[in-house]
Design a binder for this molecule. Structure first.
Ligand code: PMP
Length: 394
């Protein structure tokens, strides 16, 4: 199907790059292509662009000293690796206990497994039925030797926003370093690393309509890490490898555009989201909202439907030119139900009946209408075919 005819409702998995970002990147691939480590003028252009980008991105999250605190990486997965492995390795003399939440992105879960294999002790904080981390349960897990807490700003599947400022306050009082994976939240929720007592923060470029392959780890001045990529010593020795200046300039441009458009985009997407949630819950019997009813990302509506499987829904939507998801793209090729949905207390069959709608900068009212018009027929047809269907549900 032609791209223009597809209603794209899977912004959490991938976003298009803003055309203005591509324009900003072009000179850094064609004319200003120098290596930021070179001492000649062409190198200077890259160094200047790199430092200006650090400032733009640092200011976006209210970093105190962007020049020192913004580390460029290849993306969110690498930033998460640098934060957790880099800090745990550097700090292991002080303690070996790390806390994450049950609903972290798969990258954090797998890094935690790696740490466990390497002699660290990892605790996972459970969440309530809405996906919110409980402060009391977090407090219970803190013990002598706890060096790091890593909790996401918002969940990339169900959209629940965590009480980050409260967790940050607790971590600071206890002298524990606090890392936040802000990938799902960036551009949708204002982030202030100083006010929220965040010591390390992961950002990704594509999640704000910048190019893929670029990310940031904010590291508060004074927090010491061991590098996980060793080489020429770029990025204050924390992330060796020649910087992708064009990509970084693209991310900084994406931040500038996001800053300008954020308020308007939040209002617009929230209206779409609320319309979708209201209509689906009213029109489709035995449908349920996953995630927090209020503290949720403006662009996220996540449902489960009794008696049917998300995958079969996706295929039916695909036939109708609607691109949608059942959850995290990172684990969509496994048959396992989403660990996030299981953490909410859902049964496997309930988790398998889920559908995630995520919207973004180019979502239109007609995309939303296409989804809402197609859904009742798809649900009815699949329920008619499903051996699980109870008569009253149809
Ligand atoms: N953290 C979160 C919350 C994510 O949603 C993702 C995936 N977009 C990542 C980390 C990893 O991002 P990437 O695959 O771009 O490295």
């Amino acid at each position: 199907m032609e791209k223009d005819k597809i209603a794209y409702l899977d912004y959490q998995s991938a976003k298009p790059v803003d055309p203005e970002v591509i324009e900003a990147m072009k000179p850094y691939m064609l004319e200003k292509f120098g290596n930021a480590s070179s001492l000649h003028e062409v190198g200077d252009w890259s160094t200047e662009a790199l430092e200006a980008s650090r400032k733009t991105i640092g200011n976006f999250i209210n970093a105190k000293d962007p020049g020192e605190e913004i580390i460029f990486t290849s993306g969110a997965t690498e930033s998460n690796n640098l934060a957790l492995i880099g800090y745990a390795t550097r700090t292991k003399q002080k303690g070996k206990h790390v806390i994450i939440s049950e609903v972290e992105h798969i990258s954090i879960h797998n890094i935690a497994k790696y740490l466990q294999k390497n002699g660290f002790d990892v605790s996972k904080v459970p969440v309530d039925f809405n996906g919110t981390v409980s402060l009391d349960k977090l407090k219970e897990r803190i013990k002598p030797g706890t060096i790091l807490i890593s909790i996401q700003y918002a969940n990339n599947e169900i959209g629940t926003i965590q009480p980050i400022a409260e967790i940050g306050k607790l971590a600071r009082e206890k002298g524990i370093i606090f890392h936040v994976d802000a990938v799902a939240a960036e551009g949708q929720v204002p982030i202030d690393v100083q006010k929220e007592n965040i010591d390390m923060l992961t950002l990704s470029s594509n999640d704000i309509y910048g190019p893929r392959g670029v990310g940031v780890l904010y590291v508060r001045k004074g927090v010491l890490l061991s590098p996980i990529i060793i080489g020429g010593g770029q990025e204050r020795g924390l992330r060796s490898g020649t910087e992708d200046v064009a990509g970084i300039v693209g991310m900084a441009k994406a931040v500038e555009i996001t800053k300008q458009k954020m308020d308007e985009e939040i209002t617009r997407l929230q209206e779409f989201r609320d319309k979708i949630i209201k209509t689906v819950l009213e029109k489709i019997p035995r449908s349920h909202l996953n995630g927090h009813p209020v503290n949720r990302l403006p662009n996220n509506a996540h449902f489960r439907f009794d008696f049917i499987e998300g995958e079969s829904m996706l295929l039916s939507f695909k036939e109708k030119g609607i691109a949608i998801s059942t959850g995290s793209a990172c684990s969509s090729k496994t048959l396992e139900p989403s660990h996030t949905l299981i953490s909410l207390g859902l049964l496997h069959e309930e988790a398998h009946g889920s559908l995630e709608v995520t919207m973004g900068r180019w979502t239109t009212a007609s995309d939303i209408d296409a989804f809402l018009e197609a859904l009742p027929g798809i649900v009815k047809r699949l329920r008619d075919l499903s051996p699980l269907t109870k008569r009253e549900a149809c």
